[in-house]
Design a protein around this ligand. Structure first.
Ligand SMILES: [Zn+2]
Length: 271
């Protein structure tokens, strides 16, 4: 490809680079190369830390490693680490205290990191229904891909969430966070960060539905242990690499959750 051609350049570079290429004046090739090389490194550090926070591997109020340690772990320079941390700060996933380092924010659920995505807050029952409708289009696919692609670490993360849900079920509680961690860990096991990012962006929305679902399960109709079995079944299908079954069970679980909330009285969303 002819890199000197301005149209090609616009097509192949990210919005950040496009914006700067709109600036007047010549730019040295070395500066451009530097930025182009640096971006994937930044993305790798950012995605990795973000994944650790969203899946609960890094707990609320836990201190992140120092810039120096992170630079050593990811084999990148400290400015790259600083930029990745800055992005996490802007998304309100971490905060920093002078001299003490960076910490995972207490409840990222209530701190909508999804602003960049442009999803509005869940304000209506209709949105809960829409959220389940949307989850049904992506999460069965997460389960399918996770079954084909998991490694031991990714499977352990799903298993840990199942363990938390088992404990909560035995104590007759619904553990909203463990439920989210389970679904996020499956998204992570797909090794496709777009899936996990979408779950992260929707976290506050999904949590509203999970909360109502938990309330419904603790009501007179019950169903807590049945829902635990649904999660355990999905986990087993993924573990056995039975992708088709994992997909079917995830669809069944989400439809079941939605129906338990709405008790079959779905809203007509026709325009
Ligand atoms: Zn669930």
């Amino acid at each position: 490809m002819n890199k000197d051609h301005p149209v090609n350049e616009r097509e192949t570079e990210s919005s950040e680079a496009v914006a700067s290429s709109d600036l007047p004046g010549p730019e040295s090739p070395s500066a451009k190369d530097f930025r182009a090389n640096r971006r994937p490194l930044l993305e790798r550090v950012y995605q990795s830390l973000r994944g650790q926070i969203l899946t609960g591997e890094l707990k609320a109020e836990e201190r992140l490693e120092s810039e120096h340690q992170l630079a050593a772990r990811f084999l990148v320079s400290r400015p790259v680490v600083r930029d990745a941390l800055q992005r996490l700060r802007e998304e309100k996933l971490i905060y920093s205290r002078r001299g003490a380092g960076s910490f995972v924010r207490m409840r990222p659920v209530q701190e909508p990191s999804e602003r960049a995505f442009g999803f509005a807050p869940v304000e209506t029952i209709a949105d809960i229904q829409r959220c389940y409708e949307f989850r049904l289009t992506i999460e069965p696919e997460h389960a399918y891909q996770a079954a084909l692609r998991w490694n031991v670490e990714a499977l352990d993360a799903i298993g840990s969430a199942v363990d938390l849900m088992r404990d909560a079920t035995l104590a007759h509680r619904h553990h909203d966070d463990a439920d989210f961690a389970f679904h996020a860990a499956i998204a992570e096991a797909t090794n496709n960060h777009y899936f996990l990012e979408t779950m992260a962006a929707l976290r506050a929305h999904i949590s509203v539905g999970m909360h109502f679902h938990g309330v419904a399960l603790l009501g007179p109709r019950g169903g807590l242990s049945g829902v635990f079995d649904e999660h355990a079944g999905i986990f087993q299908a993924i573990r056995k690499r039975d992708a088709q079954r994992a997909r079917d069970l995830m669809r069944h679980h989400l439809e079941g959750s939605r129906d338990r909330i709405f008790e079959g009285r779905m809203l007509d969303l026709s325009l």
